[in-house]
Design a binder for this molecule. Sequence first.
Ligand SMILES: Cc1cc2nc3c(=O)[nH]c(=O)nc-3n(C[C@H](O)[C@H](O)[C@H](O)COP(=O)(O)O)c2cc1C
Length: 178
Amino acid sequence: MKVLVITGSPHSRGTTALLADEFCVGAKDAGHEVIRFETAKLNVHPCLGCYHCRDNDGSCVYDDDMTHVYPHLLTSEVVVLVTPLYYFGMTAQLKRVIDRFFAINPRLRKTPKGLYLIAACGDKDNWAMDALLVHFQTLCRYLHWQEGGKVLAIGAYTREDLKDSDYLMRAKNLGREL
Ligand SMILES: Cc1cc2nc3c(=O)[nH]c(=O)nc-3n(C[C@H](O)[C@H](O)[C@H](O)COP(=O)(O)O)c2cc1C
């Protein structure tokens, strides 16, 4: 299968990057093709809400790095969202890319996929990720994509915090068991 991993952290070597690394190792071990985009490094404009795409067959007024993301988005069977928790949601970097899905919404909604979620946060409250999870589930529902697996690492302020947990193993297994 083709697996598209979209990471949202500004930290290339942070907590969620490590979880994404493990997931990718597991997915590659299992023979999957993995394409990874680091949204913080992409030149992607926030959606203007101009609706140009609606009247122009999905073409956006911006010619930016989304032109590299769209083809993989359309052809991947699995999409994995990876984000640290920022104010109980995903990062702006990741959201900016998801908002730009809008241009190709009709095609995305007709292309069945599995959507997976990998996230980390510092808090240990069991409700810390509730808002993020509902957003994720709502995306699946709207896009007609199947809700895939999740690794929600609570109590993980830094990648050091992951070392004494089973989250790294769970991320690798999630990739292996796609
Ligand atoms: C702007 C900002 C907002 C954050 N908001 C939350 C939050 O709402 N809840 C929480 O538990 N941790 C929060 N954190 C902590 C991060 O989610 C946590 O440190 C995470 O491991 C960082 O992942 P990264 O290294 O992949 O960027 C926040 C951190 C920053 C910088």
